[in-house]
Design a protein around this ligand. Structure first.
Ligand SMILES: NC(=O)c1ccc[n+]([C@@H]2O[C@H](COP(=O)([O-])OP(=O)(O)OC[C@H]3O[C@@H](n4cnc5c(N)ncnc54)[C@H](OP(=O)(O)O)[C@@H]3O)[C@@H](O)[C@H]2O)c1
Length: 368
């Protein structure tokens, strides 16, 4: 199952609106791994038929480990349960049931009815976290939300300006930040960051340019000008501008010019003329987004935190690598409560990235 989870992790950011699933076919007697499948880019084919196709006749009588319950309904592809049964798999171990009402235990029931031995719950917690974008899309109509912050060791947030971001962290941390971009479906910034930094927001890791997420700007009182840097690459990495009705009504010419430049302009619900985040989430989910990386800046982080709309926080701290590592040192820096009011965070990881470090926190409310 650990191997299946690794396989699923590889597909994060490429399979929306479907979850990235990993499936492993193994021979329990010899301990041999026969095949490994990951949900294909675009979400189809699913991991199970890929793994059975790779294994061919060798799948017969073997065990499949899969990170999410196989689907049992006919969607744009035949049900995965059929692929498992046709391949002659005799035992299926799933990490978790699929909360999608079209599946919700039916996949497992069909396997059992066909005489397949089924067990579930292995490495459930890790699988649940990996699949959280899919789970909250189905249960809460929002994507998995990751807040990414880069700060000085004292928690100060550097401000960009004159159309350029200011980087506090070094190359290793920045490369890691780009990896987060590769693993998300969409990346979001606020109007303030757009004005100060005029950023690009694509994934610039060698070989992973194709993994750039959909770029989303949350406009406040004004729509951005079509001359922003990101508009020039809108044909290669989509750019969506989200704004409230009053902003759109006041900026019809700009909206038209942005559309001509290849951007999408989407209307979202508002409170007092400013985009209302639950409505932003609903719109993103409606467009098939399951994982959202909020890059900032501080006003936007605060809004997401105050609304309780965060699953994970990635905090990059410049020059903090010297602090001791280890479980005992997994504490919450005092400045984080000021930057992210309203979140109850659990520290789960801290690692060195060159001279800097990255801390990971989970805001893990019980899911329905
Ligand atoms: N170190 C880092 O990790 C990092 C990351 C990103 C940015 N930054 C820096 O942060 C600075 C910008 O931060 P900022 O706090 O001024 O602006 P921001 O958070 O980037 O954007 C805030 C603006 O977004 C618009 N907005 C729309 N809906 C919103 C909502 N529901 N909640 C909050 N804002 C909403 C508003 O635009 P209007 O003002 O048009 O109404 C608001 O002023 C830049 O200098 C940038 O360099 C640092």
């Amino acid at each position: 199952m650990e191997l299946a989870l690794r396989a699923a992790r590889l597909g994060l950011g490429t399979t929306a609106p479907n979850p990235s699933v990993g499936a492993v076919i193994a021979d329990e007697k010899s301990g041999e791994v026969i095949s490994v499948g990951t949900t294909a880019p675009g979400g189809r084919p699913h991991a199970e038929p890929l793994a059975t196709a790779l294994a061919g006749a060798r799948a017969r009588g073997k065990t499949m480990y899969v990170t999410l319950e196989p689907c049992s309904h006919v969607g744009r592809t035949p049900p995965c349960v059929d692929a498992v049964l046709t391949a002659g798999i005799s035992r299926v171990v799933v990490a978790q049931e699929d909360p999608d009402p079209r599946v919700a235990g039916r996949g497992l029931a069909r396997l059992r009815q066909a005489g397949v031995a089924v067990s579930r719950g292995l490495l459930h917690e890790e699988a649940r976290w990996l699949t959280r974008g899919h789970i909250v899309r189905v249960t809460e109509r929002r994507p998995f939300i990751q807040l990414k912050l880069a700060v000085g060791s004292d928690g100060a947030v550097p401000r960009g300006g004159a159309g350029k971001p200011v980087f506090v962290t070094g190359d290793v941390a920045r490369a890691h930040g780009h990896m987060l971009r590769a693993r998300t479906d969409a990346i979001l910034i606020g109007g303030g960051t757009l004005r100060d930094d005029d950023p690009d927001l694509r994934c610039r890791l060698p070989g992973l340019a194709g993994r750039s997420p959909i770029r989303v700007v949350l406009a406040g009182g004004q729509l951005p000008a079509p001359s922003i840097r990101m508009a020039a690459t809108a044909a290669r990495a989509p750019l969506w501008i989200m704004a409230a009705a009053p902003t759109l009504a006041a900026g019809q010419d700009r909206a038209e010019a942005l559309r001509r430049a290849g951007c999408r302009v989407l209307q979202v619900g508002d409170v007092g003329g400013r985009p209302w985040l639950p409505s932003v989430c609903e719109a993103l989910v409606g467009e098939g987004i399951t994982r959202l990386l909020v890059e900032g800046g501080p006003a936007l982080w605060r809004s997401f935190a105050e609304a309780g709309l965060a699953d994970e926080v990635r905090l990059f701290r410049a020059g903090a690598a010297g602090e001791p590592l280890g479980r005992g040192h997994l504490t919450i820096p005092p400045f984080l409560g000021r930057l992210l009011p309203g979140l109850t965070l659990q520290p789960v990881d801290r690692r060195r990235l060159g001279p800097d470090d990255m801390m990971t926190f989970r805001h893990d409310r019980p899911l329905p």
